[in-house]
Ligand binder design. Structure first.
Ligand SMILES: [Zn+2]
Length: 292
């Protein structure tokens, strides 16, 4: 009998990881790494941001033909622009053209960013979230909503931050990932705020997406799981912008070996070192499990 994993692992090495200084994967490297991540037992593989560069679109065209055993490939993008219909947003159209089973979109949780960056109203931001999610769901996609700068937004105005989550759920998002986009929060903050959100939305499937700017990307991700998160987003080797993303190479064995959490990749621990090397090598190494 197959036991359901308690926590899902969402890899964003091929998208957020490539924001790192000097990190660049060719289309063929990305395809090879997708297969390796799938073999390892990763649940979701965020392949790129269609529309951000031609390489990512070329990847998605080819990724559709990969025969993956387990992982679902996700395309990443943002909610629609202000004051237009979701179906008229060229960026949402590109997300559909990526033909992935999963689409992950990010939106604003922090009023400061709604007003200063989007330059729109709090209500329009909520509509942008709900309508973008609903549009993608109606087009048959499983939608993950990444709540950008969630922990900072929540600290500033928890009521509004919660409304953005409610909007994404109303639109039909299957998972909500709470993001510490600047990587500035410590363990206690992540634990308390994640637990607070789960308390407020007991039916929702909540994940965490953390960065390592404070040097605690792994610790805060584990704290999120302790608080009840059922998805962890991160990158292999902690690749990513600035100091990097939460490092799955450490998070995965910590969850499995020290916290006793069941993962789809739980039985692949002996291949972890090789996978980490493959990612560092841009996917050029041989099959997972064989010494290079
Ligand atoms: Zn990120």
């Amino acid at each position: 009998m197959k036991t359901e994993p308690q926590v899902l692992i969402y890899d964003t090495t091929l998208r957020d990881g490539t924001q790192g200084e000097g990190i660049s994967f060719s289309v063929s490297s990305k395809l090879r790494l997708t297969e390796k991540l799938d073999q390892f037992g990763i649940d979701f593989i965020e392949g790129g941001w269609p529309g951000s560069n031609p390489r990512d679109m070329a990847y998605f065209e080819k990724a559709q033909h990969l025969r993956l055993k387990h992982a679902k490939v996700a395309a990443f993008g943002s909610t629609r622009r202000a004051n237009i219909k979701a179906q008229d947003d060229p960026q949402l159209q590109l997300l559909l053209e990526a033909e992935t089973p999963v689409v992950t979109i990010f939106g604003k949780s922090w009023l400061l960013h709604v007003e200063e960056v989007l330059r729109t109203t709090p209500d329009e931001n909520l509509r942008m979230i709900e309508e973008s999610v609903r549009f993608l769901v109606q087009e048959g996609r499983e939608v993950i909503y990444d709540a950008e700068h969630f922990y900072d937004g929540y600290s500033d105005n928890p009521e509004y931050a919660n409304k953005t989550i409610a909007a994404a759920l109303q639109g039909g998002a299957v998972y909500i990932a709470l993001c510490d986009t600047n990587g500035g929060r410590l363990v206690q903050d992540i634990k308390e705020i994640t637990a607070g959100v789960i308390d407020g939305f007991p039916q929702a499937k909540i994940g965490v997406h953390c960065h390592n700017d404070s040097g605690v990307g792994v610790a805060v991700s584990l704290a999120g799981v302790e608080a009840g998160a059922i998805m962890v987003q991160g990158t292999f080797n902690g690749f990513g912008e600035r100091i990097g993303n939460a490092n799955l190479t450490s998070i995965i064995p910590n969850l499995v070996l020290k916290m006793g959490v069941s993962l789809s990749c739980g039985k692949s621990q002996e291949n972890l070192r090789d996978l980490s090397g493959c990612v560092g090598d841009g996917g050029r190494r041989g099959p997972v499990g064989k010494a290079p």
